[in-house]
Design a protein around this ligand. Structure first.
Ligand SMILES: [Zn+2]
Length: 376
């Protein structure tokens, strides 16, 4: 086991990359999908179950954890890994995005953001320095720079102003992070859908120097076509020898399209959140288990899936427990969805290693086009 953070590209196929991130807490195979553990738990899953789906790394949310139970309390209790019983790598976001999207009455200045907690209305401040401190207290393996992200659409002036503020904050984040062997700091590229701003942002981040680079400011309502339009060039602006992380993405077809364009890491609440609302992701697209067509169906969600929900339960049972509001419904569907997402990543890693990514992508879309199995 290594004592330092490093990244190695093992194979490429077109722009798609297969590799491995090495950390003192274990390896992360890329392309990687990170399940989201917002409040120090991937909802409805035990950590060992999350691991069983194939996840190498989780994402934790600075905004939620700083408010409850607080970073200081988690630190006193031995750090986030011990607190939530997940000893493998954890990436934490900076809190910036969620302050902008969740917090009420926020005030943005050069120094940082002040806001009121959505839990009890108490006042808090997040700055690049405070975000680095919180992520250090949590014990995060991959720390994200504190940044600001405007909602799209926004005019060019607003996007430029926001991006340049984020680049000044990136320098302050780098300075505050300091030298922490075994821990990584990732910079976040901004610039909306404006290519010249993306270039300016990438140049500013490369000048500062980071262990990895995120493409931020996408998947905020611009649509898949616009996102792919940006991803056609944005990853190429970042260093080849560092991991590239697309934040908050996404649906299975977003993920495949992003990997094709050179992205190595992603995270999304979709598999776990959808699992709790009765939606299952399969090779054939989304299945709504609440639909009456499943009530008498003894077949599994997906006969080719190796997860416990598919190995041991029928669509009829999954339909019944969802309609009855039983907790096992969210548990089984979340497990299935996380398993499906990790299977998808493994399939892409294998395809890239074999130089067969195009064939993988064609088959992926062909299976989805078939749609769900016919009702009985
Ligand atoms: Zn399954």
């Amino acid at each position: 086991m290594t004592s330092r953070f490093s990244f190695q590209v093992q194979a490429t196929d077109g722009k798609a990359r297969k590799g491995v991130i090495s950390t003192p807490r274990g390896a992360v195979r890329t392309p990687a999908f990170m399940p989201v553990g917002t409040a120090a738990t991937v909802k409805a899953m035990l950590p060992e179950s999350v691991r069983a789906t194939g996840a190498d790394i989780l994402l934790g949310n600075t905004y939620h954890l700083m408010l409850r139970p607080t970073a200081e309390r988690i630190d006193r209790l031995g750090g986030l890994h011990r607190f939530m019983n997940w000893e493998r790598p954890i990436l934490t976001d900076s809190g910036g995005f969620q302050v902008m999207s969740l917090a009420g009455l926020r005030k943005l200045t050069e120094k940082g953001v002040t806001f009121k907690s959505h839990i009890d209305g108490s006042r808090h401040e997040l700055t690049p320095e405070r975000s680095m401190e919180i992520q250090r207290l949590l014990g995060s393996d991959i720390v994200m720079c504190f940044d600001e992200c405007p909602a799209l659409p926004a005019d060019r002036d607003r996007i430029a102003e926001s991006m340049r503020l984020s680049m000044r904050w990136a320098q302050r984040s780098r300075d505050a992070f300091g030298d922490r062997p075994g821990h990584a700091l990732f910079g976040i590229m901004q610039g909306g859908l404006e290519r010249d701003f993306r270039e300016e942002s990438a140049a500013a981040l490369r000048e500062i120097g980071f262990d990895g680079y995120a493409v931020g400011g996408l998947a905020v309502g611009e649509g898949q076509q616009a996102m792919f339009g940006c991803l056609d060039y944005a990853p190429d602006l970042l260093p080849e020898d560092r991991p590239r992380y697309l934040m908050g993405v996404g649906k299975p077809d977003d993920i495949v399209g992003a990997v094709k364009r050179g992205i190595d890491m992603m995270d999304c609440v979709l598999p776990s959140r959808s699992g709790r609302t009765g939606q299952a992701f399969t090779r054939h697209g989304v299945v709504n288990i609440k639909n009456a067509r499943h009530a008498d169906d003894p077949r599994p969600l997906d006969e080719n899936c190796g997860c416990p929900a598919c190995a041991n339960y029928s669509r009829a049972y999954l339909h019944h427990v969802f309609r009855s509001g039983e907790m096992i419904s969210g548990m089984l569907l979340t497990w299935h969805n996380l398993h499906y997402f990790q299977d998808l990543m493994q399939g892409m890693r294998d395809a890239i290693g074999a130089g067969a990514f195009d064939a993988f992508e064609t088959e992926f879309h062909a299976q989805r086009a078939e749609g769900d199995i016919e009702p009985l």
